[in-house]
Design a protein around this ligand. Structure first.
Ligand code: SF4
Length: 756
């Protein structure tokens, strides 16, 4: 080992993939990455990494890396290599022209939960402060906007109260709409360890229409007909009330009751509303795959455990009733007081490494400014304008376009120039054939910044090669309010450059072409700074020091200096460096909590954060009824389709599809069919099967096993192949509040086409 390690330098950072935030070290020898390992001091992953995390570095030097700016005037032309000078000039010219034609509404930025916070923050600063456009969006709209809506409406503030440290103290896990074992493997390992070490003292409940690796460790797995889980959550609340298992003191002290759009309600009204969800009614509504006694039993486990930790992801979020589903999840925690104590939390897991830090907190969605500021509040807009030194009123007062509206506007040609950073909407939007049309228009100019060609770069006019992870410096903020720094360890191949440099140089040209000194003002603090460290640090300093002060995500203590010292980073709020060096705040809303203590609170901390953030300082329990998804099976389209992730791949496979080990493990998508349905349809394992909706069709090999509940098929969404791109089939209905699409449920035909 010593010989193999000779000359190898290990550089610490965060994993580039899912939202767990595992701390890793990249081994570099002679300027080339040679391996990756987990950081054993990390209290997030304790040295472990999953197979995706372990292998992703292998795509860093893949021959497909984009290394030169590429341009074509017409989308039917071939790309040709051009210089950075030419590329930035073209990008600035096209954005200036689009702006002249239609103002801020005609330009857009579509980003990613994989971009560093500095990148998202800087892009949105130039868009809002420079181009006066709130068309700043990102792919987290597709995966966790409903979680944001749920936290805001139930708790009055975005992001969870607790975090991962509750896992080791929980006595009941309620995992709903999440295949944690495959989507968040290292976190699942902690849950499994907790269960295996305490088999009689810890219960695991899994609620999912599909048998998964997660359900295999469950004491009770409730399978249900897709789209009926709101009835189950209401039914559990009903049992808890009927059997007087709720925490009366907690409810009296901390709770308000709401209905409709926020009208006042009360406990009795709420109890009457959920009373119709009897265990018998719930079991029937959910498809009779579990019994009324199962509902009673899980409700009792949930309410009476010494600490209940709920975890969910897309199963609740990617729904037309996504915010309501989140509300109902929070209701159970508020009702039972399973919050703000050890082992108890209502914890929405994040899909991407920086969806929370960069996009939710850094201003990367169309309706929010940095520091969780709602854009419509003038005072809050003015705070941002003051911090940037731009004139009052510079930021438009109305939110920009959310994702589905943005790509509809591209379809219509109303958006004339769009910058797509580090994401591939051509593959990841629901009903993607419809939303891809506009990207072929010759009058829509598309810039993509990425490390590889994707299905989206192939529709662009200009493709700019960017630095990859560990080739640049910046911060990721993971699921549990934790910010972590990754420093540049190696140079990028060819002419690839960090986004922060690209934005600054583009904005410089934009200012010249538009003759607008306010754009110059937006980049002035960052002029002349070296791109590997000084530039991202200056951007982080501006954001954290000027725009998170006295906000709930106070990051003033999480300076680069502090983050470099912390194995795991810092959980906000963390207003001073001294406090941040203790790790930050483990439980927000809890006065004087010692972040590193196992149980007892200390009261000598410099920072105390009092109570929830609704104006009445209460947590809100909402009346929300069971409601059907937008599309349910009928005689013509008789099956439910649900989509999801598998352990070996990540998003659109642009990275994991280039790692031989991961590609071999799962080379292509398939359709999972329940054996009873397969028998009815004459489908055998390996047969080619057509999965067709009203929007599109896939041709997929069949996997026949008792995974999906009868009447439902399942397909993972990573595959880029034309015949297996399942978002051609999914539906583009979305939650009216969060605007998050309903990827999880639509109606399809399933037909055997040929043998293996
Ligand atoms: Fe990376 Fe997520 Fe795997 Fe951790 S669990 S190594 S963050 S992909």
């Amino acid at each position: 080992i010593a010989k193999a390690e000779e000359g190898v330098a290990w550089h610490r950072g965060s994993c580039r993939l899912c939202g767990v935030g595992c701390r890793v070290e990249l081994g570099v020898k002679d300027g080339t990455p040679i391996g990756l390992r987990g950081v054993s001091e990390s209290r997030t992953n304790f040295g472990y990494v999953c197979m995706k995390g372990m292998h992703f570095w292998k795509c860093m030097r893949h021959p497909d890396r984009l290394t030169k700016p590429l341009y074509r005037e017409k989308k039917t032309d071939k790309f040709k290599e051009i210089s950075w000078e030419q590329a930035l000039d073209i990008a600035a010219t096209k954005f200036a022209e689009a702006h002249k034609a239609g103002g801020g509404k005609a330009v857009a930025y579509y980003g990613s939960g994989q971009a560093l916070t500095e990148e998202t923050y800087f892009f949105q600063k130039v868009m809002r402060g420079g181009l006066q456009s709130n068309n700043v969006e990102g792919n987290p709209r597709l995966c966790m906007a409903s979680a944001v809506g749920g936290y805001l409406t139930s708790f009055g503030a975005d992001e969870p109260i607790g975090g991962y440290s509750d896992i080791e103290k929980a006595h009941c896990f309620f995992i709903i709409g999440s295949n944690t074992a495959e989507a968040h493997p290292v976190l699942f390992r902690r849950i499994m360890r907790r269960k295996l070490d305490n088999p009689n003292d810890v219960k695991v409940i899994n609620v999912d229409p599909r048998v998964s690796q997660t359900s295999r460790i469950a004491d009770k797995h409730l399978q249900f007909k897709p789209g009926t889980d709101l009835a189950l959550l209401n039914g559990m609340a009903n049992v808890i009330i009927q059997e007087k298992l709720y925490d009366e003191g907690f409810v009296t002290t901390y709770t308000s009751f709401k209905k409709g759009k926020g009208e006042e309600s009360n406990f009795d009204e709420y109890a009457a509303q959920v009373a119709k969800y009897t265990p018998e009614m719930v079991a029937k509504t959910c498809g009779d795959a579990f019994t009324a006694d199962d509902v009673r039993e899980v409700a009792r486990w949930f309410a009476t455990s010494k600490g209940t930790l709920s975890l969910w992801t897309m199963g609740l979020n990617q729904r037309k009733q996504g915010v309501w589903a989140n509300n109902l999840m929070h209701n159970l925690h508020i009702l039972t007081g399973q919050l703000m104590k050890d082992g108890a939390d209502s914890l929405s897991l994040t899909g991407q490494p920086n969806a929370c830090g960069g996009v939710r907190e850094g201003g990367g969605l169309c309706h929010i400014l940095p520091g969780h500021r709602p854009i419509e509040v003038e005072k809050l807009r003015n705070q941002v304008e003051t911090a940037w030194g731009v004139p009052a009123g510079r930021i438009p007062e109305k939110p920009g376009m959310h994702t589905m509206a943005m790509f509809s506007a591209v379809n219509e040609g109303a958006i004339k120039a769009i910058w797509i950073n580090c994401t591939s909407p051509v593959q990841s939007l629901p009903n993607c054939t419809l939303y891809n049309k506009g990207m072929d228009r010759e009058d829509v100019f598309i810039v993509c910044t990425d490390i590889f060609h994707t299905l989206t770069t192939k529709k662009a006019n200009l493709v700019l090669p960017t630095a990859f992870h560990f080739e640049k410096t910046g911060v990721y903020g993971c699921t549990e309010r934790r910010s972590q720094l990754t420093r540049k360890a190696i140079d990028s191949p060819g002419d690839a450059r960090p986004e922060v440099w690209i934005i600054r140089e583009w904005a410089k040209k934009l200012a010249e072409k538009m003759n607008d000194p306010v754009i110059t003002q937006c980049i002035k603090p960052f002029e002349g700074l070296e791109e590997g460290y000084a530039l991202p640090k200056a951007i982080w300093d501006e954001y954290s020091q000027k725009l998170t002060a006295n906000r709930d995500n106070d990051l003033r203590g999480a300076t680069y200096k502090v983050l470099e010292q912390m194995a795991d980073g810092v959980q906000w709020p963390a207003p001073t460096e001294e406090y941040a060096l203790t790790g930050g705040t483990v439980k927000k809303f809890v006065k004087g909590r010692d972040p590193m203590a196992d149980s007892e609170s200390k009261n000598d901390l410099p920072y105390q954060f009092y109570g929830p953030a609704h104006p009445d300082r209460k947590l809100w329990i909402w009346q929300r009824e069971q409601a059907d998804p937008e599309e349910i099976p009928d005689a013509e389209y008789p099956f439910y389709l649900s989509t999801g992730r598998i352990i070996d791949h990540w998003h659109t496979m642009s990275m994991t599809g280039r790692v031989p080990e991961l590609l071999r493990a799962n080379p292509y998508a398939y359709v999972e069919v329940n054996p009873k349905d397969a028998a009815k349809l004459g489908i055998k394992p390996g047969d080619m099967v057509e999965v067709k909706s009203r929007r599109g069709v896939n041709l997929l090999p069949a996997k026949v096993y008792e995974g999906p509940i009868e009447g439902m098929v399942f397909v993972y969404w990573h595959d880029q192949h034309e015949d297996r791109m399942i978002n051609k089939v999914t539906k583009d209905a979305y939650d009216p509040g969060s605007k998050e699409p309903e990827f999880k449920i639509c109606a399809v035909q399933v037909k055997r086409v040929s043998g293996p």
